[in-house]
Ligand binder design. Sequence first.
Ligand code: BEZ
Length: 259
Amino acid sequence: MKETVREASAEWDAKLYDAKHDFVWKYGSNVVSLLDPRAGERILDLGCGTGHLTSQIAESGAHVTGVDRSAEMVAAARLAYPNLKFEISDATKLTYREEFDAVFSNATLHWIHEPELVLQSVWKALRAGGRFVAEFGGKKNIRAMQDAFDRALVELGAAKPGEVQPWYYPSVSEYSTLAEKNGFEVRLITLFDRPTGLADGAAGMRNWIVMFGADYLAKAGEARREEFLRKVDEMLRPKLFRDGQWWADYRRLRLVAYK
Ligand code: BEZ
């Protein structure tokens, strides 16, 4: 991904995130169960956002550090959980060395187009025998949504097909190969559909795009923004709007790998 796009993605609206997108960390509770944190363990929460899962992990008695590359998210996390430790850090450039029993990550790694740098960073941060437990968007995640975003931009004459690619969604074989190549023993990796109900009724898809689809909105431009949102709504409504609610076509890749 181009540096400019990555920088844009680091600027998060923490209030909108918490107000309308709490499903991100609520679903993440299942990943905390998979992590199975124990009292006294040292755990890194990679891409901690506003810190809700960091706090859940801390309830086990583990010593958790939450990191996020967004200063706004880290500020919101510190405000919400002043007793926990949060730092601004880029997942591809972690400076921790063999400091953690586990690295945990929920709904973050699909934002990073340099997966090997992440795996190498995580490897260095873990002690020998430590575990990496992660969930993020996997192959064909939000396929219907992304197809509609793409088609709408093309119809508006704002982009070529496939020009905007904000996310990285690997397959099981691709990611397990990368993890193994970088030294990990992959003990679990799975890809599954997880349709995700969006908050706020008919406004749900629009909220989602405003929160996460900045690259598409930027490509549409201010003048064509409403037209873009209207087209996307029209294309997706027959597929993803049911009983007054939008359902995002999420697919998750879930991983447990050991150093
Ligand atoms: C996801 O959790 O799958 C996701 C979130 C934001 C943008 C793209 C994907």
